[in-house]
Every structure is written in C-alpha cells, then in structure tokens.
Design a protein around this ligand. Sequence first.
Ligand SMILES: NC(=O)c1ccc[n+]([C@@H]2O[C@H](COP(=O)([O-])OP(=O)(O)OC[C@H]3O[C@@H](n4cnc5c(N)ncnc54)[C@H](OP(=O)(O)O)[C@@H]3O)[C@@H](O)[C@H]2O)c1
Length: 273
Amino acid sequence: MTERTIVITGASDGIGAAAAAMLSAQPDVRLVLVGRTASKIRAVAEPLGAEFHVCDYTSLDQVRALAATLAEKHPVIHVLANNAGGIFAPRTVTTDGYEMTFQVNHLAGLLLTELLMPSLLAGQATVIFTASLAAFQGNIDLADLGKEKGWTSFGAYGAGKLANIITARALQRRYPTREITAASFHPGAVATSFGARGGRLVKWLYESWLGQKVMLTAEQGADTLVWLATTTPGVDWRPGGYYVKRKLTAPPAQADSDAFGDRFLEASELLIR
Ligand SMILES: NC(=O)c1ccc[n+]([C@@H]2O[C@H](COP(=O)([O-])OP(=O)(O)OC[C@H]3O[C@@H](n4cnc5c(N)ncnc54)[C@H](OP(=O)(O)O)[C@@H]3O)[C@@H](O)[C@H]2O)c1
C-alpha cells in the first residue's frame, strides 16, 4: 500500500497527541506533527518517529512559513487535521490585528489549508476540522468578526468552532468530492490541557476532580478524528458533514445556510490575504 501522509496540528497535547499515537500504530502512515511549543511537540513526535514542526498560530507569518515548508517537503498530503485551538481569556488582539480566539481556532487553520491546497489536491485529501458542541453557543456577525462588541471567552470560542463547521461545509461546496473532502467533528468533553487558558470557570471545570471523572480521555476524544482520517469519504461518512461520536449530526443554524457559509468564507479569506 502507498504511504499516506497525515498532517496533524495541535499535536503537542491532548486530542492531537492522542490521535498521533493512534495513527502511528497503523501501517503505511507518515505522520507530520505541528505544535506551538517546541519542547512539547518534540516530546510527542520523537517516540513516534514522526516529523515535527513548530508554529504559533497567533502569527499568520508563522503559518505562511509552515505552509511553505510543508508544501516543499510534502507535495502530496492525504490528510490534514486542523486540530490546533482552544479557549483563551482575556480578550487579546494578535500582531496580525485579529481577535486571538478567532485567529487560532479559525483563520490560521484556514490559511494553512488554502496554502497547502496543491498538496491536498494531489493527495485527494481529507481535511478535518476539530470543532465543538460549543459552536451551538456561537454566533458569527460578519460586521464584527473579532467581537469588539460584547466579547466573552465562551462567545468567541463558540464562534471559532462554528467557523470550523462552516468552513468544512463551504470548502466541500467549492471542491468536488473527488478533489478533496472535508468534515468537522465534536470530540466530546475531553480531559486535556484545554481548560488551562480559558479563564477561571473553564479551568475549574476541566481541572476539578468531578470534571476529570466525567470527561472523556484524550484517546476517546480522538476517536472520531482517527475514524475520519482512516475511512472512505462518501462511503463511510458524508463529505462536508459535522460528526459527533462518528455520527452525522445537524449543525447549528448558521452553519446550515450555504449562502451565509460562502459569504463567511470569503470574508475570512479577505483577512488572510
Ligand atoms: N478538550 C475538550 O473538551 C474539547 C472539546 C471540544 C473541542 N475541543 C477542541 O479540540 C482541539 C484540541 O484541544 P485539546 O482539548 O486537545 O486541548 P490541548 O490539550 O490544550 O491541545 C491544544 C493543542 O492546540 C495547540 N495550540 C494552542 N494554542 C495554539 C497556538 N496559538 N498556535 C498553535 N497551536 C496552538 C496546543 O499547543 P501547546 O501544546 O503548545 O499548548 C495543543 O497542541 C481544539 O481545537 C479544541 O478547541 C476540545
């Protein structure tokens, strides 16, 4: 069998690191792992014998540099898992001038995907977005993408994850299934480092004894990502779909509108040119 090149972002911890370990156990997989913190991504990648790269999504120039390196090394990519993300407080504006939660969860992954498009098309790739149920609490206002009015960490995170679901659907509409396929998924509430930067309430929820007891393990959270990455789009799952526990699930209302999705993708693209 031909070797499949699988790129996973946010692979230095939590769901991405678990997915990397699970996929490395499969035959004919070449893993390319991306993380923000050099020491963490090295610690995950080296035991797996995986290639790794460092990139901080709060800088779009770093994303452009990462994409250039990956495109040169990997003219054919079979899976891109856009998994880097999180909830961040307080409100911060990046050096690119965008609200950080929106940039890290949405703009940076979209930029990476679009810059890697020649490699993705060459591999008839599956492009996966780690979204969240939090998308149902999100709302996107095309006139205020950075939420200058009424910002909350939950609101910004919900909008970022809604953006992931919309992006998967909009990219799928733009590219026929035989060229690339895209999907988004909710991993569940997963006991990872996710809670660390989201403010006091999120930190408490994720780090409390009760929180740890009821949450999924990182491996359980990675299950749908690994399933999407290793099964056949159009046969095992619907291109453009939003998945929860491997099940096609109705997305939030804003993600259900194709016209809104196309407008949102175009508005996002204007920001990353
Ligand atoms: N845990 C949950 O309950 C849950 C639920 C729904 C959706 N999700 C989503 O699942 C994905 C993975 O989260 P997780 O739970 O595995 O959390 P995690 O353990 O905190 O892992 C997040 C990953 O994203 C990376 N990351 C964070 N900020 C970044 C930045 N500025 N630039 C580049 N990479 C950055 C982290 O790098 P570092 O290691 O350097 O921090 C890490 O590799 C996220 O998209 C999250 O929104 C999680």
